[in-house]
Design a protein around this ligand. Sequence first.
Ligand code: ZN
Length: 104
Amino acid sequence: MSQEALRKQLEERLAQMQARLASIKEEVTQSHSGDSAEQAQERENDEVVDAIGNETAQSIRILQAALMRLEDGTYGICERCGEEISDGRLAVIPEATRCVNCAD
Ligand SMILES: [Zn+2]
């Protein structure tokens, strides 16, 4: 995949994640409006929404980091051993920071 195509793909996913995070935040804000009698249920929902929100925020950071590596030319280099990450692996996990040997 060309770097340009890759950048586009990462940017699209980043935009999706940011839109998702925005809608999650909106949901949380809405659930706190009004004086519902089901506040315990609402709190439970909030926890689920929080977990999804945290996961989404984490994905955003990972995608932003991948885009930064594209910018500074370190994209596709294993952060542990310094070898190139295989194209096959990057095709499956474009935001991978480690080669298959160093992956957890
Ligand atoms: Zn490695």
